[in-house]
Design a binder for this molecule. Structure first.
Ligand code: FES
Length: 111
């Protein structure tokens, strides 16, 4: 398993972008039901939604915004609710919490 961050790194409501080689970029955040993670790649054109958590921020705290063409995604499910890929979904990444650390199983890293 690959460590992504510690639980203490996750501010409630603030998305975090974690990079793991080779070329894995993951969006990680706390939501009402726990933690969620998605591959940081827009289903519309494959660009990273944003290079930092701040870049993903949307005025509505329930949504993530792609900084390239502006698609909006639900934070809890990754489903696009507005934009060129409406109805498509960000690829979820499985998470494992052990102690105070958050990990991604190796098979999830290969997606
Ligand atoms: S690349 Fe994300 S909305 Fe087009």
């Amino acid at each position: 398993m690959n460590p992504l961050c510690s639980l203490a790194d996750l501010d409630a409501g603030t998305p975090m972008v974690v990079r793991r080689p080779p070329q894995r970029s993951i969006i990680l955040m706390a939501v009402d039901d726990g933690l969620v993670a998605f591959r940081n790649a827009c289903p519309h054109a494959g660009f990273e939604l944003g290079f930092s958590g701040a870049a993903l921020h949307c005025e509505d705290d329930q949504l993530l915004k792609c900084s390239v063409h502006g698609a909006l995604f639900r934070r809890d499910t990754g489903v696009c609710v507005s934009g060129p890929c409406e109805g498509a979904r960000l690829k979820p990444i499985e998470l494992v919490i052990s102690g105070s650390m958050v990990f991604a199983p190796n098979q999830s890293e290969s997606t």
